[in-house]
Design a protein around this ligand. Structure first.
Ligand code: PEP
Length: 255
């Protein structure tokens, strides 16, 4: 099955009303040339929650989808500081990142919570981008496969056949924001493991896109995206610079 490549920007905790407007206007203006009028690759920007209300209208009429960066497992109630999936839905995001390694690492999110977040997003009609990935210590201990399989298994366990509705992002923790990228072969090896796991879990696994994330940039995107099981990218730092992000989208459209 041919899967349309997806390039999703993760702005993390960056931006301002002024900077967002300039960035989004540049992306919207540059997208048709980069993505072949949206036919070759899909693009999205996952923005901090307070900016959903600003960026949504700026993207309207473009082929760039809106995304959020996290979601609560709860629908409403006494959970100070959290944002629920029904609240997100009011701003129309197509995607929400769940289980980013920064959430797992700094906020102690467990595999089970990540799985519940994916479920909450799906129940609200928002596609979760489920992040999995090993730390450097885990890679060096030969545990990469076991770690990513455990993380994805939790999401499959809780979401059953709905697993075909998610996007998966393989993000080796040692490659995020470090300038160290997995080689295309290293990434492909893990993607193939995840693809096989999805295949065993769902008859509709062919539609699930598996993105690579971890210092993907304009220079290395094409070789990563040429791998058979790399269906796009989750882009942190390079998504904050319009020319870089557009070049990655162009590489995906051409792959
Ligand atoms: C990310 O935040 O998901 C990410 C991959 O970051 P970076 O591209 O900066 O490594």
């Amino acid at each position: 099955m041919t899967r349309k490549k997806l390039i999703a920007g993760n702005w993390k905790m960056n931006g301002s009303l002024e900077a967002n407007e300039a960035l989004v206007r540049a992306l919207v203006a540059g997208l048709p040339a980069a993505a072949g009028h949206g036919k070759g690759a899909e693009a999205a920007v996952c923005v901090p929650a307070p900016y959903l209300a600003q960026v949504g209208p700026l993207l309207r009429g473009s082929d760039i989808a809106l995304g959020a960066q996290d979601v609560s497992v709860h629908a409403a109630g006494a959970y100070t500081g959290e944002v629920s999936a029904p609240m997100l839905r009011e701003f129309g995001p197509r995607y929400v990142i769940v289980g980013h390694s920064e959430r797992r690492q700094y906020h102690g999110e467990t595999d089970a919570q990540v799985a519940d977040k994916a479920k909450a997003a799906l129940a609200a009609g928002i596609t979760p981008i489920v992040c999995v990935g090993e730390t450097l210590a885990e890679r060096e201990a030969g545990q990469t496969e076991a770690v990513v399989k455990r993380q994805l298994a939790a999401v499959i366990h809780v979401n059953g056949h709905c697993i075909s509705e998610v996007v998966v992002a393989y993000e080796p923790v040692w490659a995020i924001g470090t300038g160290k990228t997995a080689t295309p072969e290293q990434a492909q090896q893990v993607h193939a493991v995840l693809r096989a796991q999805l295949h065993a879990a769902s008859t509709h696994d062919g539609r699930v896109r598996i993105l690579y994330g971890g210092s993907m940039n304009a220079a290395n995107a094409a070789s990563l995206l040429a791998q058979p099981d790399i269906d796009g990218g989750l882009i942190g730092g390079a998504s904050l610079k319009a020319p870089d992000f557009l070049q990655i989208i162009a590489a995906a459209a051409a792959a």
